[in-house]
Design a protein around this ligand. Sequence first.
Ligand SMILES: NC(=O)c1ccc[n+]([C@@H]2O[C@H](COP(=O)([O-])OP(=O)(O)OC[C@H]3O[C@@H](n4cnc5c(N)ncnc54)[C@H](O)[C@@H]3O)[C@@H](O)[C@H]2O)c1
Ligand SMILES: O=c1ccn([C@@H]2O[C@H](COP(=O)(O)OP(=O)(O)O[C@H]3O[C@H](CO)[C@@H](O)[C@H](O)[C@H]3O)[C@@H](O)[C@H]2O)c(=O)[nH]1
Length: 483
Amino acid sequence: MPLFFENPSPRSEPIQSICCIGAGYVGGPTCAVLAWKCPNICVTIVDISQERIDAWNSDELPIFEPGLEEIVKSRRGKNLFFSTDIDAAIIAADLVFVSVNTPTKTRGVGAGYAADLQYVEAATRRIALLSTKSKIIVEKSTVPCRTAESMRAILDATSPRPGVHFDILSNPEFLAEGTAVQDLLKPDRILIGALNTKSGKLAQDRLANVYATWVERSAIITTGLWSSELTKLAANALLAQRISSISSLAAICEKTGAEIDEVARGCGKDSRLGPHFLKAGLGFGGSCFQKDIFNLIYLAETFSLQPVADYWRQVLVMNEWTKASFSRTIIRHMFSTVSNKKIALLGFAFKKDTGDTRESPAISIARDLLVEGAEVYIYDPKVSERNMRQCLGAFSNFHFSSSVEAAALNASAVVVATDWDEFKPSSSSGKTAAAIDWTSIYANMNRPAFVFDGRGILDTAALQNIGFKVHTVGRGNLVDTLS
Ligand SMILES: NC(=O)c1ccc[n+]([C@@H]2O[C@H](COP(=O)([O-])OP(=O)(O)OC[C@H]3O[C@@H](n4cnc5c(N)ncnc54)[C@H](O)[C@@H]3O)[C@@H](O)[C@H]2O)c1
Ligand SMILES: O=c1ccn([C@@H]2O[C@H](COP(=O)(O)OP(=O)(O)O[C@H]3O[C@H](CO)[C@@H](O)[C@H](O)[C@H]3O)[C@@H](O)[C@H]2O)c(=O)[nH]1
């Protein structure tokens, strides 16, 4: 195991200048909120993508997050800057967040499982090459356990200037998309991992002081470097495991007449279990859960912990089965053929309040239906047709709709794939916006008119009263209706 040398000239003054490498879903919101809360710190978010930086500097931000636009616009040009001049931002910074993407490798050793660390390495090399003063380097990206060791080796081997020293911290991000701003303003915890050295502890304190501007000290947890790196993977694995658990129970509900929301409520009242993350649906999507579990599986296999790897793999197996099973249910109930039938797919984002479609369950559902020859019309309030086309690739024979009504006109079925509030009955959405007029939708659909509620957000009884044949995930109600 390589030795981690003490930084011989640690510094303790407050952080004044921050560079964030990576202007994505994490770098953008995280550092915009930081700039908003710390007006005395100059924050520059840099990226290699000119298109992304231009968007951050425009009226149309590259990502949709409730509350983010106001924050960005209030600080942009004051102490918050978006730039492609990566070198200048690195040189000026006291602290650098590395917030680049860490996707699953698609080729070579560990393909399909290991994290692709090429972007982390490129950013680290750039920091080493350009730094003219000592800096704190912060792993913000989700990385395999002991990545800081590789970063240390790269920094030590490539930094050309004597007297320039780096302290590496792990500060994983726990925000969820769609609630990023709230999560950042009031995080459950801030985790800062450091080496147990004098300079490591000093660096940890300096970053903690930045967060303490708006986060209670009791929520700022300091740990060792490796624990912090692993905690990020562990938290995501545990959350995803809970969704696979509820998906498996939903499948049993569909066969037995039990209702998954009632089961979840009954279980969630147990204070040892808690009520969160028990909503059954189409399994988990998003850029993180699957990737991070693959990462954990790879880590386990690297250490020959095969039962451990198999245990976590099953969480992913269950998730894939959940999506495929929902598609099969649609086809089975529509008399085992959807060929040439118009089907409205409501929602394409992986969850509500984001335009992000990475690993969205809607992609699998759309593909399954298109393969069967259905005429799929997709509507999503925040996802562009271009984005849908990129996601569906070869399956480009879908139709883009600009409203629920247009998607459902003359359709044989409506499928709800994302839990957008605008799809919910007005009483449960908590919004004043007009709810969907299902009576009018029904009047303009083929008979029998089916609704497949993949998110369990609709009023099943009300829809059945109108005349719809309804299948809600985790309920055996269509079987009851048809029998
Ligand atoms: N998306 C989330 O909600 C979320 C939450 C917590 C943690 N994370 C983790 O944070 C990391 C970033 O995720 P994301 O969703 O923001 O990814 P993203 O793809 O949206 O953004 C990453 C950005 O980094 C840029 N980049 C890559 N290499 C670069 C380089 N050398 N120099 C400058 N810019 C470079 C890319 O162009 C891209 O814009 C990942 O490790 C992810 O697992 C994501
Ligand atoms: O009860 C639930 C909760 C979530 N989901 C689904 O699970 C997926 C993930 O949802 P969520 O965790 O809310 O969003 P993410 O933005 O993927 O956030 C997760 O992944 C991030 C990236 O690592 C972490 O920072 C967050 O803490 C972690 O919640 C989505 O498809 C949701 O629809 C359910 O089906 N049922």
